[in-house]
Design a protein around this ligand. Structure first.
Ligand SMILES: NC(=O)c1ccc[n+]([C@@H]2O[C@H](COP(=O)([O-])OP(=O)(O)OC[C@H]3O[C@@H](n4cnc5c(N)ncnc54)[C@H](OP(=O)(O)O)[C@@H]3O)[C@@H](O)[C@H]2O)c1
Length: 209
């Protein structure tokens, strides 16, 4: 199984790469800054580039079975239009190359799932993180209107905690505390599980402890 990961040098992306390798997949990591991805493995290929480069994205997508996106802006307060443009490139390249499985990381703070996120996500995030929310709503729109077999994963507040494999997931799970956490390693765990699980195709489950 050939897996392609966009955002592979990021804090969650690096977990995705490591866990995918651990599970025996052949992994392509698409990165613009190779120094941030130190893992080396015979089943890991690194493609250097920017997701805004449609030609390169299309060439890279070809031949893969599953595509992951853990793309994100360098700051939650900065709107980076390159990312929405990049997701558009990914979706278009996949449709044109008949690669149809996309697993993408979003944020529970988007309008549809915000009430599930607890006090902070419900009342404070829309004020403080409106830029990040706007970006994820746009990305979700681009993905949902595609013909792909997509799964959008909506994590609550991210932490750098351990990989436990134990968390709550679903379209209706709700926070039981004002701030609900989930580790990046467990978000990666859930995303990788989607490779062999079709239950969440064309849905957007939330994930939290
Ligand atoms: N913070 C939270 O509590 C929270 C909660 C839920 C969801 N989220 C969302 O989760 C996502 C991932 O979070 P994270 O902390 O893992 O993010 P991160 O560490 O900032 O990683 C983002 C990745 O995207 C890459 N990237 C950005 N623009 C790119 C471009 N134009 N071309 C190629 N690659 C590009 C970055 O590359 P470089 O390494 O070169 O910068 C990096 O690898 C974000 O979208 C964030 O909004 C965050």
């Amino acid at each position: 199984m050939n897996i392609l990961i966009f955002g592979a040098s990021g804090a969650t992306g690096r977990h995705l790469v490591a866990q995918a390798i651990e599970q025996g997949f052949h992994v392509t990591a698409f990165v613009r800054n190779p120094g941030k991805l130190t893992l080396k493995h015979s089943r890991l290929r690194v493609v250097l580039g920017n997701v805004t480069n449609y030609g390169l994205v299309k060439k890279t997508v070809k031949g893969h079975d599953v595509v992951f996106s853990a793309l994100g802006a360098s700051s939650p307060f900065k709107y980076d239009e390159c990312i929405a443009y990049g997701v558009q490139n990914i979706v278009r390249s996949m449709e044109e190359s008949y690669v149809d499985r996309l697993i993408s990381m979003s944020f529970i703070g988007v309008k549809e799932s915000r009430p599930q996120g607890g006090f902070v996500i419900k009342y404070i995030a829309p004020v403080l993180l409106h830029t990040e929310i706007k970006l994820h709503q746009e990305i979700e729109y681009l993905i949902k209107r595609s013909a792909l077999n997509w799964t959008i994963i909506r994590p609550s507040t991210l932490s750098n905690g351990p990989h436990s494999g134990v968390y709550r997931i679903g379209e209706y799970v709700s926070a039981t505390t004002p701030v609900s956490l989930i580790s990046r390693a467990d978000v990666a765990d859930l995303m990788i599980r989607q490779v062999k699980d079709s239950s969440y195709i064309r849905t957007a489950p939330a994930i939290m402890y």
